[in-house]
Design a protein around this ligand. Structure first.
Ligand SMILES: Nc1ncnc2c1ncn2[C@@H]1O[C@H](COP(=O)(O)OP(=O)(O)O)[C@@H](O)[C@H]1O
Ligand SMILES: [Mg+2]
Length: 255
């Protein structure tokens, strides 16, 4: 469809004998926040690896801006990767560098800019991620969990990506920090017009999503608006929604 920046068609992915995706279809629209949910081991992180061109599928197509990525030259693939930002579950910043240096390093690895300009860019990204300016000079070990995630987000945005991939960004955060992180993502998406693909296990995070995709049995069994989750006939999802948290969440969506 026009406006889709990523289209995944009939994807099959495996690790040796272990088949993870079998005929998975998904599309991502420009400027949206798309959340991907699904039980543990359903292949969410693997899907992210495929989208980041870190894992080659056995079959199927992945189109970015209409181009089949697995037919690109290695140089074209690199150019494509440079348009994506990623925050992995571990949010691993280099522990021997300050937060600011981490981001400056990421910028200068790719862009030929002066140290001073890179520092200014890094400071701007930290501000966007709702971190105070003194975080620039702090080491990752000095940050709380929520701050670490935000610093990881700032680094993922270092090179002004067009698409931001986040793997369970709120996992391990307390509910207040998780909410704050969600608001930050939402803000970044609107201000920078960046498209966000976010894996999450956290129901409240769906409230900032424009659409949601549910993974089960190697496929996307639902792709659409959050309020449509009620109608999805999937045992894992039904179980999730029938928990106290699930009912409260859906009450919020429906209200
Ligand atoms: N590097 C790997 N080698 C072998 N199997 C893997 C590897 N990574 C993931 N898997 C397996 O693939 C399945 C999907 O994993 P993953 O994509 O991490 O799921 P999720 O992120 O949804 O929890 C799991 O059964 C997992 O054990
Ligand atoms: Mg995972």
């Amino acid at each position: 469809m026009a406006g889709d920046i990523i289209v995944v068609e009939n994807l099959k992915t495996s690790y040796g004998e272990r088949v993870v995706h079998q005929g998975l279809n998904l599309s991502v629209r420009k400027g949206e926040i798309l959340s991907i949910i699904g039980g543990s081991g359903t292949g969410k992180s693997t899907l992210l690896k495929v989208l980041l061109l870190l894992k080659e599928p056995d079959k199927g197509k992945v189109l970015f801006w209409g181009k089949d990525v697995f037919s690109l030259s290695s140089r074209e693939r690199q150019e494509l990767r440079d348009r994506m930002g990623v925050l992995f579950q571990s949010a691993a910043l280099f522990s021997s560098m300050t937060v600011g240096e981490n981001i400056v390093y990421t910028i200068r690895k790719k862009a030929k800019v002066s140290y001073k300009a890179a520092c200014e860019m890094a400071a701007f990204k930290l501000e966007l991620a709702n971190l105070s300016s003194d975080v620039f000079h702090m080491y990752p070990s000095e940050l709380s969990g929520g701050m670490k995630k935000k610093a990881g987000l700032a680094r993922a945005m270092a090179l002004d990506p067009e698409i931001l991939f986040l793997d369970e960004p709120t996992s391990g955060l307390d509910p207040i920090s998780a909410d704050e992180f969600d608001r930050t993502i939402s803000k970044v998406c609107r201000i920078l017009g960046v498209t966000v693909v976010m894996i999450t296990h956290d129901l409240p995070s769906l409230l900032i999503s424009d659409r949601v995709a549910v993974l089960a049995k190697g496929k996307v069994v639902y792709e659409g608006e959050v309020k449509g989750l009620w109608q999805v006939d999937d045992p894992w999802l039904k179980k999730l929604l029938s928990t106290g948290r699930g009912r409260r969440f859906l009450g919020g969506v429906q209200a």
